[in-house]
Design a protein around this ligand. Structure first.
Ligand SMILES: Cc1ncc(COP(=O)(O)O)c(C=O)c1O
Length: 379
């Protein structure tokens, strides 16, 4: 089936009890057994829930994996995937991953004996150099947040296969509509479903999509053991969200292009980070591995004061963390999404005080430009 058909139908079957076309929200904690020791296949809702299972099947098909598991947040999904490595193991990570991912790795998992090396994964030799005897995993985001550094997924996946390492790609920014890392050879995809997959800024969730049976078995076990499951209602919301993914993403994409080109022409904007520009480092890699550039854009206004003036003046764009909703969200990475890094770490990553990130939504592009034009006048 085509992507749009899968997005609408995969995992969704008429409800066996009523024929309901939409997957019901099975808001239950438990299920009646047929007899002692004989359940219907559903015993307890942490372990299995039909609404969640429908979403998991949908995401499995959209990413082209063997199994998918839905979690209470993107961070919960990433935490579950990190249980595939153990104390003493080492992980190579893209050097400007989402701040919360860095915080989990540096401030939580290091305490449990895991070691991490952060490198610019846009250059494969950096990964090769960082690999040690104890390395078990390479974890990449592409594009990275907020500087839009691009990593060649197929190259990383090949290196990992040759060295017996697990390759993980956070595909939150592009979604399987624009990029399918598993088709490029990656082992695992993680998502914050909070973003484009749900698409309406009304649910926090996450997912891991796996290709190897042993990983799938372990993550299913961890999902049940740790219990950071996605609720039935949130599962239903995300399932409703993915149905329109193939409609929303082209609009995000088109609006992203219009806003990026507009920003680049503005004298007060020093630099615009958007993978769609032909002079963006890695543009060719991105064109090879993805079918679009997404609607995440960062731009540098040169100073904290300038960024604050713009962010205080916008009206249509909401000053908020998060991304991927139908409404345009604008944020200040240094004090918001990337506050988990120290100033020195942010400086090393190029996340200056004047950097503004925008998640371009699905509004009329002219209205967005008018809002940004007016806000830039205040800078
Ligand atoms: C790229 C990326 N990965 C993971 C996460 C974490 O997801 P959540 O906020 O759903 O826990 C985020 C959140 O912003 C993100 O941007």
């Amino acid at each position: 089936m085509g992507f749009a058909t899968d997005a609408i139908h995969a995992g969704v079957v008429p409800d066996p009890a009523t024929g309901s076309v939409m997957t019901p929200i099975y808001q239950t904690s438990t299920y009646v057994y047929e007899s002692p020791g004989k359940s219907t296949g559903y015993d307890y809702a942490r372990t299995i829930n039909p609404t969640r299972s429908a979403l998991e099947a949908n995401l499995r098909v959209l990413e082209g994996g063997k199994a998918a598991y839905a979690f209470a947040s993107g961070m919960a999904a990433i935490s579950a995937v990190m249980t595939l490595v153990k104390a003493g193991d080492h992980v190579v990570v893209s050097h400007n991953v989402y701040g919360g991912t860095y915080r989990l790795f540096a401030r939580v998992l290091e305490d449990y004996g895991l070691a991490f090396t952060y490198v610019d994964t846009s250059m494969i030799e950096n990964i090769e150099r960082a690999v040690r005897k104890t390395t078990r995993m390479v974890y990449v985001e592409t594009p990275t947040n907020p500087i839009m550094i691009l990593t060649d997924i197929a190259l990383v996946a090949r290196l990992c296969r040759e060295r017996g390492l697990i390759s993980v790609v956070d595909n939150t920014f592009l979604t399987p509509y624009l990029q399918r890392p598993l088709d490029l050879g990656a082992d695992i995809v993680v998502h914050s479903t909070t973003k484009y997959l749900n698409g309406h800024s009304d649910s926090v969730g996450g997912a891991a999509i796996l290709t190897r049976d042993e990983h799938a078995e372990r993550i299913k076990f961890v999902q049940n053991s740790v219990g950071a499951i996605l609720s039935p209602f949130d599962s239903w919301l995300v399932l409703r969200g993915t149905k329109t993914l193939a409609l929303r993403m082209p609009r995000h994409e088109e609006n992203g292009r219009v806003v990026a080109r507009f920003l680049r022409k503005q004298p007060k904007v020093r630099k615009v980070y958007w993978p769609g520009f032909s002079d963006h480092p890695g543009h060719e890699v991105h064109r090879r591995q993805a079918t679009g550039f997404g609607s995440m854009i960062s731009f540098d206004l040169g100073s904290l004061e300038a960024a604050q003036r713009l962010l205080k003046t916008v009206r249509l764009c909401s000053l908020a963390e998060s991304l991927g909703g139908v409404e345009t969200l604008i944020s200040h990475p240094a004090t918001m999404t990337h506050a988990g890094y120290t100033q020195a770490e942010r400086d090393a990553l190029g996340i200056g005080q004047g950097l503004v990130r925008i998640s371009v939504g699905c509004e009329d592009a002219e209205d967005l430009l008018a809002d940004l034009r007016r806000a830039l006048e205040a800078v």
